[in-house]
Design a protein around this ligand. Structure first.
Ligand code: SIN
Ligand code: MN
Length: 203
């Protein structure tokens, strides 16, 4: 399904309920070695409302020093666990890009978590899409244009949905306005887990 901006596509229910359970179990087993932590904003050091970790050769990290990709978990110092095959297959299916993703950001959203409007722009491979999987509680996703002042459209993401931001939409503002607590029983303890895959370096 095409969204409001060129290159933005939504695949509702890409993962069946069984596939969601298997993918989440795989991710949770892998991140036992790379536990969720609370990221902080550049300069202010203010905490984000999501908890975060990564899978893959690189992870996206934010702290008082800024945004960056790095190979190590900032708290344990260990390299990030590998990405599940299911996610690499998903990328091959939908990304239309000649190289695999290098980073999978794993964000946990609680009942009050949100993610302000932003553009993903810490990657060199700006022509590679962003592919993102929603698991657990529903979320209200907002997609705008290339300027922060452009009009935005909001739509609800459900567990198992996949969003691809390619083309023009790859450079567009987006964020998560709210979570709908209790709309899914998938995530142990509740909440939403978003898996966002990105290519960082040129192939
Ligand atoms: C992101 O923009 O990094 C995450 C989007 C989402 O949680 O759906
Ligand atoms: Mn983003």
């Amino acid at each position: 399904m095409n969204l409001s901006v060129e290159g933005a596509r939504l695949f509702p229910g890409y993962f069946s309920s069984e596939a969601r359970r298997a993918l989440l179990a795989d991710v949770l087993a892998r991140i036992e070695a790379a536990p969720f932590y609370t990221p902080t904003m550049p300069r202010s050091g203010a905490p984000l409302s999501t908890r975060t970790t990564n899978l893959g050769p690189l992870g996206w990290v934010t702290d008082i020093a800024g945004y960056r990709y790095q190979a190590e978990h900032p708290h344990t110092g260990a390299t990030w666990p590998a990405m599940p095959r299911t996610l690499l297959d998903l990328w091959r299916d939908l990304a239309d890009y000649p190289a695999p993703p290098e980073a999978c950001l794993v964000n946990w959203y609680g009942p009050a978590s949100r993610l302000g409007l932003h553009v993903d722009q810490d990657e060199e491979a700006v022509n590679a899409p962003v592919v993102s999987v929603s698991l657990g509680d529903d979320a209200l996703f907002r997609l705008g244009g290339q300027s922060r002042r452009d009009p935005t459209h909001s739509f609800r993401l459900h567990s198992g949905d996949v969003v691809v931001l390619a083309g023009v939409s790859r450079r567009c503002f987006h964020g998560v306005d709210r979570i709908y607590p209790g709309t899914s029983q998938l995530v142990p303890g509740g909440g939403r887990i978003n898996l966002t895959m990105r290519r960082v370096n040129w192939p």
